[in-house]
Design a protein around this ligand. Structure first.
Ligand code: MN3
Length: 213
């Protein structure tokens, strides 16, 4: 995907994740907020034709080399597009759950002891991210997992980490249905995590190379 960037369609209907994630939030989140990131990213690089052939990953990987005039806009809006494409892809209605014995399941047990412990750590990261941002489950190149949090729309590209799951803790992700109850939103997010997609993301930890995208 490169300029002009377009909104990635949701991989399911907007009402699919009810009652955990409500339809109105999903419509506004995807159709308005993410669309705005797409539009703002396109306007930022509109007059910079040198970058029109660059992929989103390449733009984000090379942030420090971009002209200063567009760097913040690409970080915020390009990061917004990248982070949300991942976020929507790692949720599903009635998913199969984490498969016992899968590589990811084994890595989670090794690092966190149990899926419940991982979820507790992700929840804590999401709750303690002050203001807007994300909580992440990521892997390094050796397959070791860790939980991180990031502010704003910073994307974890360029740090040699592979994102497995990300959790949007911007208020726009939950305020309509849950107002200030971020803990309740996070508990409901865990009901719709697409562990099959997470396992596929984890499988990329040896191969995925953003510097070549
Ligand atoms: Mn969001």
């Amino acid at each position: 995907m490169n300029y002009p960037f377009s909104l990635t369609p949701l991989p399911y209907k907007a009402d699919s994740l009810e009652p955990y994630i409500d339809t109105e939030t999903m419509n506004i989140h995807h159709g308005k907020h993410v669309q705005a990131y797409v539009d703002n990213l396109n306007s930022a690089i509109k007059d910079y034709s040198d970058y029109h052939s660059w992929s989103l990953e390449k733009l984000l990987y090379n942030l420090d080399n971009l002209p200063e005039a567009i760097r913040a806009a690409v970080r915020n809006n390009g990061g917004g597009v990248f982070n949300h494409d991942l976020f929507f892809s790692i949720m599903v209605k009635e998913g199969k759950g984490l498969q016992t014995g899968s590589s990811l399941s084994i890595a989670i047990e090794k690092k966190f002891g149990s899926l419940e412990n991982l979820q507790a750590e992700l929840k804590q990261a999401g709750l303690t991210q002050f203001g807007s941002g994300w909580a992440w489950l990521v892997s390094d190149r050796e397959g070791n997992l860790q939980v991180l949090k990031t502010p704003n729309q910073d994307a974890l590209i360029g740090q040699n980490l592979i994102p497995i799951i990300n959790l949007d803790v911007w208020e726009h992700a939950y305020y309509l249905l849950r107002q200030n109850r971020r803990p309740e939103y996070i508990d409901n997010f865990f009901k719709v995590v697409n562990w099959e997609a997470a396992e596929a993301n984890y499988a990329k930890h040896t191969g995925l190379d953003y510097s070549k995208m």
